[in-house]
Design a binder for this molecule. Structure first.
Ligand SMILES: Cc1cc2nc3c(=O)[nH]c(=O)nc-3n(C[C@H](O)[C@H](O)[C@H](O)COP(=O)(O)OP(=O)(O)OC[C@H]3O[C@@H](n4cnc5c(N)ncnc54)[C@H](O)[C@@H]3O)c2cc1C
Ligand SMILES: *[C@@H]1O[C@H](CO)[C@@H](O)[C@H](O)[C@H]1NC(C)=O
Ligand SMILES: *[C@@H]1O[C@H](CO)[C@@H](O)[C@H](O)[C@H]1NC(C)=O
Ligand SMILES: *[C@@H]1O[C@H](CO)[C@@H](O)[C@H](O)[C@H]1NC(C)=O
Ligand SMILES: *[C@@H]1O[C@H](CO)[C@@H](O)[C@H](O)[C@H]1NC(C)=O
Ligand SMILES: *[C@@H]1O[C@H](CO)[C@@H](O)[C@H](O)[C@H]1NC(C)=O
Ligand SMILES: *[C@@H]1O[C@H](CO)[C@@H](O)[C@H](O)[C@H]1NC(C)=O
Ligand SMILES: *[C@@H]1O[C@H](CO)[C@@H](O)[C@H](O)[C@H]1NC(C)=O
Ligand SMILES: *[C@@H]1O[C@H](CO)[C@@H](O)[C@H](O)[C@H]1NC(C)=O
Ligand SMILES: *[C@@H]1O[C@H](CO)[C@@H](O)[C@H](O)[C@H]1NC(C)=O
Ligand SMILES: *[C@@H]1O[C@H](CO)[C@@H](O)[C@H](O)[C@H]1NC(C)=O
Length: 488
């Protein structure tokens, strides 16, 4: 009986299938049909939710570009085998879908959909394997959860800098960490993946799998759905960290930042935030040192008169949990962009100040709720030397500092204006870097910061062609093309 009903309901999709490569489904009753098929196919460890319940609302919720896409249904798979069944059904019915890890992507449609929303939350294991010096982490966890679990174990992994970010999106895009000057990017410290390929085959990917190993390290959701990550672990003791804010100490902060980059202390991490909000401009700095007491490298910074957060020695996890993962205007539309440079020279620092003030004031006059933040992220020169060739970064010959631009506003009719501003700032910083004598012709935009519409070549450089070939071989039916994101 149920099967008969499904068959009737699904005739339209079956008819489409007879014509080879149909367009993705849009009709609500066809989408519902896919949801029913999934519900009938999965095991008891997994569940489909319809738009009435609280689980559904949780599943489609996003940190920023919130809830402007209602999905036909959501599904929480509980095993790789069920992910496999789900992918097969989505592929054969050409149903649009989205995979959500921590839900922090700010580009529209990257992890949300009008079709089937997949939430990975049931993949929530963090297992330390001390024999191998590795940690297995489920693809549904956030970094805050992982650090909290690891805290008593004395080991850590190279992951995100604020608690709510997903392990999945950050790791599949590259991953800049407080520990990156010391150990490299998050992708450089992955030793394996459990992956459900677009054709439903569950497989383990390690450095032995040339193409997939290359593609998964930076290639996000192009090659299937990852259910588990295996990371190299590192010993972790108490750390020292400090957060300060200043209103008018730009020259002192600039000098301290320029000087800091001449030190080569890889236990450090610094982020300089320049914020324009509510007609105010101020700078804040996060200082991190991977030991209970820092060397003297922060002395110049700490001499800058500032409104001080408390200096403290604490656990890595406590420090990360203390950072709110969302800027001031949570829930408002938000876009990110990257503005990569090779050095925060005085000219680059000035350009970031200029652009943040200029566009902050300009956009703020259109929408009082505008908040623009430029984040300068210095890392050690050896940043890209810790790993082998990967999708991102496409060029490991010298360090590139990713710099993020975050823009929030409230008036939806200004979306285009906001995107224009972020492209303009990024282009202006690039031009300033060239004029400053920096070799940024090959400086890729960090894929997890890049604003939608950024040409693939600006993110993946000379890797684009190889990535297209790998994708075509792994996913000839273009199943992953039914999900949004950067597509090869
Ligand atoms: C406040 C904030 C702080 C940030 N801090 C950092 C930082 O410190 N370092 C850094 O490197 N980046 C940082 N980022 C950028 C961050 O890495 C990206 O936003 C990242 O995409 C978030 O991952 P997520 O899982 O939360 O996002 P989601 O939106 O859930 O997913 C992002 C992308 O990954 C895909 N995806 C998710 N799960 C899977 C899976 N299991 N298999 C295949 N594809 C999957 C999605 O389909 C989507 O395309 C920050 C972003 C924000 C908003
Ligand atoms: C993982 O999820 C299951 C069910 O959703 C829950 O019972 C369990 O407590 C979670 N484990 C962790 C470590 O969060
Ligand atoms: C992780 O970091 C260490 C230290 O830089 C490095 O030696 C190692 O090769 C990295 N990657 C892996 C997979 O261990
Ligand atoms: C993947 O590796 C794990 C152990 O690391 C193993 O138990 C599992 O069977 C492997 N899966 C496949 C599909 O090879
Ligand atoms: C840091 O390394 C650079 C070379 O990359 C060197 O010129 C500089 O003197 C070093 N700085 C310190 C403080 O050792
Ligand atoms: C930014 O630079 C432009 C052009 O150099 C200049 O006209 C403008 O006054 C500067 N704005 C700020 C806020 O510094
Ligand atoms: C700013 O946001 C508030 C609530 O967050 C809203 O009431 C107000 O209308 C917004 N202002 C503008 C100009 O859109
Ligand atoms: C939103 O922006 C549009 C276009 O600039 C403008 O016409 C409209 O008045 C704005 N709405 C609010 C509430 O400010
Ligand atoms: C940035 O925008 C300004 C004003 O809108 C324009 O004059 C300038 O050419 C743009 N610069 C870049 C690099 O796009
Ligand atoms: C710039 O860097 C690239 C590698 O990133 C290198 O191939 C090129 O020769 C460099 N150009 C100059 C002028 O140094
Ligand atoms: C699924 O795709 C993988 C990778 O392309 C391939 O090795 C495997 O044979 C495929 N499996 C089936 C059943 O087609």
């Amino acid at each position: 009986m149920a099967l008969a009903m499904l068959l009737v309901l699904c005739t339209f999709s079956l008819a489409l299938l007879l014509y080879g490569r149909p367009e993705a489904l849009e009709n609500p009753s066809d989408l519902l049909c896919t949801c029913n098929k999934i519900a009938a196919a999965i095991s008891g460890t997994s569940q489909v939710f319809s738009p009435s319940g609280p689980e559904y609302l949780f599943d489609i919720e996003h940190a920023f570009y919130s809830s402007n896409e209602a999905s036909a249904c959501s599904v929480e798979p509980g095993s790789a085998e069920d992910v496999s069944k789900i992918l097969c059904i989505l592929g054969s019915t050409r149903t649009p879908f989205a995979v959500k890890g921590g839900g922090h992507s700010t580009n529209p449609g990257f992890s949300l959909t009008t079709g089937v929303q997949i939430l990975m939350s049931r993949f929530n294991q963090t297992n330390v394997n001390s024999n191998f010096g590795t940690v297995e982490v489920g693809a549904g966890l956030t970094w805050g959860q992982v650090y909290a679990t690891l805290e008593p174990t004395g080991v850590n992994v190279v992951g995100g800098r604020v608690p709510g970010i997903g392990v999945a999106g950050l790791t599949l895009g590259g991953g800049y960490s407080y520990l990156s000057s010391q150990y490299g990017l998050t992708v450089d410290n992955v030793t394996g993946y459990e992956l459900v390929l677009p054709n439903g085959t569950v497989t383990n990917v390690t450095s032995k799998n040339n193409d997939l190993w290359f593609g998964l390290r930076g290639g996000l959701n192009n090659f299937g759905i990852v259910t588990k990550f295996i990371f190299q672990s590192h010993p972790q003791g108490d750390i020292w960290a400090f957060f300060s804010t200043a209103e008018d100490q730009l020259d002192a902060i600039k000098e301290a930042l320029v000087h800091f980059q001449q030190e080569n202390d890889t236990k450090t991490s610094v982020i300089v935030f320049m914020t324009y909000t509510l007609d105010q401009f101020f700078t804040s700095v996060i200082y991190f040192y991977d030991a209970p007491t820092p060397s003297g490298v922060f002395d110049d910074f700490l001499a800058v008169p500032a409104i001080d957060g408390s200096v403290s020695r604490r656990s890595f996890s406590d420090f990360v949990q203390s950072l709110n993962s969302q800027p001031a205007f949570n829930g408002l539309p938000t876009f990110y962009n990257g503005a990569p440079v090779t050095q925060y020279s005085p000219a680059i620092f000035d350009a970031f100040v200029n652009q943040t003030k200029l566009w902050g004031a300009r956009l703020g006059s259109l929408d009082k709720n505008v908040s623009l933040i430029s984040s300068l992220e210095p890392f050690d020169k050896s940043l890209f030397s810790h790993g082998s060739a990967s999708a991102y970064p496409p060029d490991r010959s010298h360090a590139v500092l990713p710099s993020s631009l975050t823009l929030q506003w409230s008036n939806a009719s200004l979306d285009e204006t906001m995107a224009y501003a972020l492209r303009n700032i990024s282009d202006t910083i690039h031009a300033t870097a060239l004029a400053d004598g920096q070799n940024v012709s090959h400086a890729a935009v960090y894929v997890n910061y890049a604003l939608f519409g950024t040409p693939l070549e600006n993110i993946y450089g000379g890797n684009v062609e190889r990535l297209r070939k790998i994708r075509a071989g792994i996913d000839p039916e273009d199943v992953m093309g039914l999900a949004g994101g950067w597509k090869f």
